[in-house]
Design a protein around this ligand. Structure first.
Ligand SMILES: [Zn+2]
Length: 188
């Protein structure tokens, strides 16, 4: 996920950083950002003010081809569809820093979502060989992801801890799940 929505402590690693909270509407436009966002942006030399983000689509600030971003987008839709909150952990690194983040995504009604991210750990990045990418098949009709355990929604994979978002980049191939009921409904 983009540095914009990650969070960091101060660069010297002292103290607690406030959580970064933001709210998006049903079209994923940013409606609100909290003080934690401003603190993070200032620490990361973000040239934009927090107000510059209001009204903008959150996904416009991320790499649409990044598999983790693809999964996050599906997750957002599933939180809206189910009304259930989801909690997940994932890394958010910059060139010099490795961060482990914990995020909650809450349905705030009317398709609004509230994201709250806090930092579990931050440390200087050690230059090691990048992990091999993990390939996944994603059903283009229903958004289920193929795993060794079968096809599951991203929401189920996260809430049942069947998948972890780690430092291995994810590559996503879109396909149609052979047993997909959504695909048969639309005549695929
Ligand atoms: Zn499907």
């Amino acid at each position: 996920m983009a540095d914009i929505i990650g969070i960091s402590s101060s660069d010297n690693g002292d103290g607690e950083s406030p959580p970064v909270v933001y709210r998006v509407d049903g079209q994923d436009r940013i409606q609100f950002v909290n003080e934690g966002w401003r603190v993070f942006a200032a620490e990361n030399d973000d040239q934009h003010s927090a107000e510059d983000y209001i009204g903008k689509n959150i996904w416009a600030f991320m790499d649409a081809a990044d598999g983790a971003v693809v999964l996050h987008r599906h997750l957002a839709q599933e939180v809206r569809a189910t009304g259930r909150a989801v909690f997940l952990r994932f890394p958010c690194d910059s060139i010099e820093i490795e961060r482990d983040l914990e995020m909650s995504i809450l349905d705030a009604g009317n398709d609004d979502l509230v994201y709250c991210t806090r930092q579990l750990d931050v440390r200087a990045r050690v230059s090691v060989e990048a992990p091999a990418p993990k390939p996944f098949n994603l059903c283009r009709s229903c958004g289920k992801l193929e795993t060794p355990a079968g096809w599951f929604s991203v929401f189920d994979l996260i809430t049942r801890a069947l998948i972890t978002m780690d430092r291995a980049p994810m590559t996503i191939a879109e396909t149609t799940y052979p047993g997909c009921s959504a695909a048969s409904r639309v005549g695929e």
